[in-house]
Design a binder for this molecule. Sequence first.
Ligand code: SF4
Length: 512
Amino acid sequence: MNPKIILIHPPIAKPSEPPAGIAKLAGCLKANGVNYRVIDANLEGILYLIQNTAQNNTATDRWTLRAVKNLQRNLAALRNIATYSNKSTYQRAVSDVNRLLNLAGKARGVDMSLADYHDSNLTPVKSSDLICAAEKYQDNPFYPYFETRLTDALKEGPEFIGFSLNYLSQALCTFAMIGFIKHVNPRQKIILGGSLVTSWAALGVSIDKFRGHVDEMIAGAGEQKLLELLEINDGRTNYPPDYKEFSVNQYFTPGFILPYSGSRGCYWHNCAFCPEKSEENPYLPLPVFQALEELQVLTRQTNPSLIHLLDNAISPALLKALAQETLSVPWYGFTRVTKHLADDDFCLALKKSGCVMLKLGIESGDEAVLDSLNKGIDLPTASAVLKSLKKAGIATYCYFLFGTPPETKASAMKTLDFAIEHHDCIDFLNLAIFNLPAGSIEAKSLETQDFYEGDLSLYKNFQHPQGWHRPVVRNFLEKTFKKHPAIAPIAQRMPEFFTSNHAPFFVLNKAY
Ligand code: SF4
């Protein structure tokens, strides 16, 4: 039977796990008996390009020759847990695979990696550039892949083709694919959804910018809107995701990673720098018992090697329920720094339930900065949490944020001191430079300019009140923070390109 709708996950996103948003839509369509297909064009496209580059290679430099020769061995290595016991073996495999993808992009003026995509002529934050990517779809590096794949898909005659656009790194390829589809069949209805589209909508971007290319734009959760378009009303609001259609053995990971979300939005919803606040996204948690039940069913169906909890912040209620449950599969996710994580027994229970790593947004080692950002955490608790997690054997992946409006160089030095003091409790470090959300309250009180000079830009550049500007902050991070002898080994531990998506495998393998 022909599919009513085809859902596409476009390149480039890290090819480490199936796309959760599309799996959620697939669950909804299946529950309503709608015939659909899913295409992980990201995974398929990346595999196509690296294999094609290896087969047609003309470069003679040693790195490329080694990458070509070892491609199959490197892909097998990334899918083998043993590789994650040795950082240099891993590093070589991942950088050699990336080399071939990067070469495929260079031939078309695009700098791309396993995690990112930069076109030297087009930016994804300008609607006119996205339209240009659609009109010149043959220039896209993935064109040799999607020309055949989408031609075959179109032959099935779907009523709709939906793209799930979540990252800027997917935007230009999404529009190139849309351009090709509209060229082949101008009447084909295109739906555009995903979290990037939700952010655009929060900025007031409407479908008018993409008329002629996009027929429906869906902001927020897509299930209900999709059902409306299909003229279905079953009265339900939640559908468990369905991963059956995804090529479970092809991702660049040892075994299948099961992504799962117990909520949408964030229960804290208060951090001044966070798009969750500025976009006013609602918090919609599933009842805890239901989330656990869905997780157990999905675990039986997909037999994962790792569960990735996608919640912006796993709620204390869900954490407590997880602590009382043994999922029989290792899991990791993002949590806020809260008092119950400072309890040794609670952390031990989490460890027993399979928790291998927690991602924690600590952001600053200066209490005044934390207060000013409405982070809702304090440093003594953060310190106690790090120590309890360390005692329980749960790895920590800590986020610190620099260059926020209330931060000064002196505050950043306090953050460095905090990280040094806790270096033995921090397994991975994410050091980010602050971006000012365009729709935030702060953006109205600071002197700002458009960051990327684009009408779709989610962030604004601003005059830092203390002169603590991005270049100075970047210099501090590279020359001072990361160079400190207590910090350097943690910074170097970060898995290339895949970062937190591969970090748990190093933890499971006790690789450091
Ligand atoms: S806890 Fe995280 S997701 Fe929630 S508001 Fe703060 S930064 Fe945003």
